[in-house]
Design a protein around this ligand. Structure first.
Ligand SMILES: CC(=O)N[C@H]1[C@@H](OP(=O)(O)OP(=O)(O)OC[C@H]2O[C@@H](n3ccc(=O)[nH]c3=O)[C@H](O)[C@@H]2O)O[C@H](CO)[C@@H](O)[C@@H]1O[C@H](C)C(=O)N[C@@H](C)C(=O)N[C@H](CCC(=O)O)C(=O)O
Ligand SMILES: Nc1ncnc2c1ncn2[C@@H]1O[C@H](COP(=O)(O)OP(=O)(O)OP(=O)(O)O)[C@@H](O)[C@H]1O
Ligand SMILES: N[C@H](CCC[C@H](N)C(=O)O)C(=O)O
Length: 518
């Protein structure tokens, strides 16, 4: 599978594509360019090869291969230029190669974002949820909407499959191409998750969003950003002058208040605040859970009270929905359509109910993979029935969170089954031991704590214990379709595994007899 590209792209002279950019090299070459790519393996004849540094190698090392595949020119940075010699095609060099790449990519595809209503969402938690909620509202209003983010790329009900769909925000050549594909297929709106990486690495330049939203700031990605301040500033860039015509900001969050003040100070974007305080333009109040998996709240805006219903549990999802509602109204969607769409929205791998039929336990698959997210997910499942939680932690990721995740799960569950997530290069048993240590320390009397190597076995174990009045929470992998082991990725889907485990459990005995045994 390769990256997605539109069927038709009109070739433009290289000179036009780089006009006004701060570049050196063959800037006057009129060679026609009909596409762009960061990968030599995807280059087609007549495309521009973007030779950027990666984690292991510099893209310039693959420039010869790109030219062999038909690259008509190469854009690189000064380090890359030093690696190139006698390529036989024009070479352009930019100090800020990512900014140049973003502009050239938008131009190659004819600035597709200008033909779409664009909605961007940033924040540490809730981007995927908010983007999906925004899409549900747009679709209810009769708009054909696309989404770009962690759970992939979609247009209406269709998944746009791409080799690059494991990112949150694609690199600018892939993002612009994806927007062009959406335009080509009749989309009129797109909701984009904007990660901090995206802002730091110029991925959404030079898009001017119709509306951008800020949700919250938590600790994350400190392996990439040098400090929490650095991480915040990356996200805050989405609210600089010229980035968005309207800005929706959740001001209960301290970082949100800083952003709101900045937007008010530069005055180049319409500021819309959302929160629980009386000063918020969209004020959320009176949240009530609707069991088993829903909620309702009042949203007051412009002196009017609206009732916002959701088929997702937890106040955090309602927060995302209030932000989504404000975004939808900012782009002119009637409140009635927005509320209707939001009320039914479901999100793959986010508090997703696995339909197992009558008499089955309530099984929920969620992507919670931080202590905060595990807590939020499990809090929203309290008081429904005996709660069995299955969770593990990913390898090659922040190890400090492991005991914390184990502790939260043990504190909030009747049965906690510790198993594997994506072990990657680490020893799964060692990861489980770290999670178990936290869980053991937090275990309450009368609850069970079990370690089960192998995620499939753990899910089976949980479903064998479960009965009609049990809730099973399978956390950490959500929408993921594979499990990353040391040397390979195997097919693995928590929703399918749960369904299979339930039917297998049914074959092995009477479910009613199994209830409560936990
Ligand atoms: C994991 C990671 O950091 N990947 C980045 C890295 O790719 P890489 O390590 O595979 O690159 P490499 O193997 O060193 O090769 C260097 C370059 O040569 C090219 N190449 C390589 C081999 C070849 O045969 N031909 C060829 O052209 C590669 O396409 C690459 O551009 O260098 C590339 C060029 O700079 C980046 O595009 C790429 O970002 C990808 C999109 C990525 O996933 N980045 C992560 C860090 C990211 O952005 N994550 C956030 C997560 C947000 C969240 O979790 O909230 C996101 O927004 O997705
Ligand atoms: N408004 C919010 N405030 C705090 N936590 C939230 C909020 N919205 C969602 N969350 C938590 O964040 C978790 C991840 O939600 P979601 O996938 O929508 O976020 P994300 O920003 O896309 O994160 P990721 O990039 O890791 O997927 C949820 O399971 C929930 O626990
Ligand atoms: N975007 C996150 C997702 C983690 C999901 C969890 N299943 C894991 O593997 O830790 C990451 O790659 O760190």
């Amino acid at each position: 599978m390769t990256s997605i590209r539109p069927t038709h792209t009109t070739a433009a002279p290289l000179t036009d594509l780089v006009a006004g950019l701060d570049l050196v090299g063959d800037t006057t070459s009129p060679v026609p360019i009909s596409g762009v790519s960061l990968s030599s393996q995807e280059i087609q004849p007549g495309w521009l090869y973007l030779a950027l540094p990666g984690r292991q190698r510099h893209g310039a090392e693959f420039a010869c291969a790109a030219v062999d595949s038909g690259a008509a020119a190469v854009l690189t940075d000064p380090e890359g230029a030093g690696l190139l010699d006698g390529l036989g095609v024009p070479v352009l060099v930019a100090d800020d190669v990512r900014a140049a790449m973003a502009t050239v990519s938008a131009r190659v595809f004819g600035h597709p974002s200008r033909r779409l209503t664009t909605l961007g969402v940033t924040g540490t938690n809730g981007k995927t949820t908010t983007v999906a909620l925004v899409k549900a509202g747009l679709m209810a209003g009769g708009r054909l909407a696309g989404t770009i983010g962690t759970i992939g790329f979609r247009l209406g009900g269709e998944e746009l499959r791409s080799s690059r769909s494991t990112v949150t925000t694609p690199e600018s050549p892939d993002l612009q191409a994806l927007l062009a594909v959406m335009v080509e297929r009749g989309a009129d709106a797109v909701a984009v998750e904007v990660s901090s990486h995206a802002m730091a690495l110029n991925r959404v330049d030079p898009i001017e969003f119709d509306v951008a939203a800020f949700l919250n700031l938590g600790r994350d990605h400190l392996d990439f950003h040098h400090s929490i301040e650095d991480y915040f500033e990356a996200k805050a860039k989405l609210f600089d002058a010229g980035r968005a015509r309207s800005s929706v900001v959740w001001v209960d969050d301290g970082a949100g208040r800083v952003i709101a003040d900045r937007v008010a100070a530069h005055g180049q974007s319409r500021l819309i605040t959302a929160g629980t305080g009386p000063e918020a333009d969209y004020r959320m109040s009176d949240y009530r859970p609707v069991h088993p998996l829903g909620g309702v709240a009042t949203v007051t805006r412009g002196g009017e009270d609206l009732t916002l219903e959701l088929s997702l549990p937890g106040v955090y999802n309602m927060v995302d929905a209030v932000v989504a509602l404000a975004m939808l109204e900012a782009v002119g969607l009637p409140a009635e359509a927005a509320l209707r769409g939001l009320s039914k929205a479901q999100i793959p791998g986010r508090m997703q109910r696995v339909d197992l039929g009558v008499g089955a336990p309530l099984v929920v698959v969620d992507f919670a993979h931080t202590p905060q997210a595990v807590e939020a997910a499990l809090q929203s499942l309290q008081g429904i029935g005996t709660l069995i939680t299955v969770l593990g932690c990913g390898g090659d990721r922040d190890a400090e969170k492991r005991p914390e995740m184990g502790a939260v799960a043990a504190r909030l569950s009747d049965v906690t089954i510790i198993t594997d997530d994506n072990p990657r290069s680490e020893d799964p048993a060692a990861i489980r031991a770290e999670v178990m240590a936290g869980a053991r320390a937090a275990q309450r009397a009368g609850t069970q704590l079990i370690e089960v190597p192998g995620r499939r076995a753990a899910v089976e174990n949980a479903l064998q214990m479960a009965g009609g009045d049990t809730v099973v929470a399978i956390l950490g992998k959500g929408h993921e379709r594979g499990q990353i082991l040391a040397d390979r990725t195997v097919d693995f889907d928590d929703v399918e595994e749960a369904a299979r485990a339930w039917s297998r459990a049914g074959e092995e005995g009477d479910p009613d007899a199994r209830a409560h045994d936990a």
